[in-house]
Design a protein around this ligand. Structure first.
Ligand code: ZN
Length: 81
């Protein structure tokens, strides 16, 4: 996952989705799929990262844990960056 937009994502995170909230929309990197957060979170294991990994369930039933520092805030949605 590219980390170059981390500082920008961090800046706009203030007005973005609430980490740990259920049903927040997360748009896939290609913009085609939209998943929903389940409310579950984990600490990000990446060294030096202060983000949280949020559990996202996708329409195909797949579950992923994208890091908040790797996502772009778009209003009340996230987009995988
Ligand atoms: Zn992270």
């Amino acid at each position: 996952m590219k980390r170059t937009k981390a500082s920008k994502a961090q800046r706009v995170l203030v007005d973005g989705p609430v980490v740990g909230e259920t049903g927040v929309k997360v748009v896939s990197r290609d913009g085609i799929e939209t998943g929903l957060t389940t409310g579950a979170t984990r600490t990000c294991g990446m060294e030096g990262c202060l983000g949280r990994r949020v559990c996202v369930k996708w329409p195909d039933g797949k579950v992923t844990y994208p890091c908040t520092k790797g996502m772009i805030v778009n209003g009340k949605k996230w987009r995988i960056g």
